[in-house]
Design a protein around this ligand. Structure first.
Ligand code: ATP
Length: 246
């Protein structure tokens, strides 16, 4: 589904990414780990389209998207969440998710509203159904009418995930999804991520979460992939142990 092929990014003399190659299969959850400065954020920037690599290619379902800017890539179904939660505090949980969907439709003003009324009503119903579905998936149904600002960080993160999932992304990029969460909240988030049918690439420092949640792991060190494999394979890899896990 996602293929990163020979990607290199240099900042002056620093090779933030050095011929990075790996693939993520459809529906798989792939973790990216590595010490500080390993290149994880740069890799996310390249996959989401914020940064163009000096060399190499990014492919989505076999299509080369290397030169495609972030906005178009988002339209093509690539969603990214950031380390700091980004939700609308003054909207309810349900309205937050609905707002993520509204991005697609609407426009055209009153005339279009009148002419397109039946179609709009159907669309509206579909949207509400999708919101309910996503809230259920993320365990937020009971909180649908709560204001996002009033929620603890763990639940805000679930709201952010719900927003990212609302319009069925093809590829979801999660940047440090457990940051600020306690063990119980992380476990809950891990369950939700594992239950998704979406392809997921996530960067995370919490090793327990990565091992429990991911199907495969890519280990970066100084911009290079030093190992890829299942959590068990990566944990046993002597190079990884020496470089990172200790
Ligand atoms: N805009 C930039 N200008 C110059 N150097 C940069 C820039 N962004 C990243 N780097 C360098 O590239 C390397 C990789 O950085 P990156 O932020 O991708 O690592 P990381 O694995 O995300 O680290 P962390 O876990 O600390 O967030 C580092 O040596 C960093 O100093």
């Amino acid at each position: 589904m996602l293929a990163v092929d020979g990607v290199s990014v240099a900042f002056g003399g620093v090779r933030a990414l050095d011929e990075v190659t790996f693939e993520v299969g459809r529906g798989a959850v792939c973790g990216v780990i590595g010490p500080n400065g390993a290149g994880k954020t740069t890799l996310f920037d390249v996959v989401s389209g914020l940064r163009r690599p000096g060399e190499g290619r990014v492919l989505l379902d076999g299509h080369d998207v290397t030169g495609m800017p972030a906005v178009r890539r988002a339209r093509a179904g690539v969603r990214r969440t950031f380390q700091r939660t980004q939700v609308f505090g003054r909207l309810t949980v349900a309205a937050n998710v609905l707002a993520a969907l509204d991005w697609h439709g609407g426009g055209g003003g009153l005339a279009a509203d009148l002419v397109g009324w039946p179609a709009r009503r159907r669309l509206e119903r579909e949207r509400r159904e999708r919101v309910a579905e996503v809230l259920e998936l993320c365990g937020l149904t009971g909180l649908r009418d709560a204001y996002a600002a009033a929620l603890p960080v763990g639940q805000r993160r679930l709201v952010e995930l719900a927003r990212a999932l609302a319009d069925r992304p093809r590829l979801l990029l999660l940047d440090e999804p457990t940051s600020g969460l306690d063990a119980g909240q992380s476990a809950r988030l891990g369950e939700v991520v594992r239950a998704l049918e979406t392809t997921v690439l996530l960067v995370e420092h919490d090793m327990g979460f990565v091992m429990d949640t991911c199907d495969r792991i890519v280990v970066l060190d100084l911009g290079k992939v030093i190992a890829t494999g299942t959590p068990a394979e990566v944990r046993e890899d002597p190079v990884v142990r020496a470089a990172y896990l200790g």
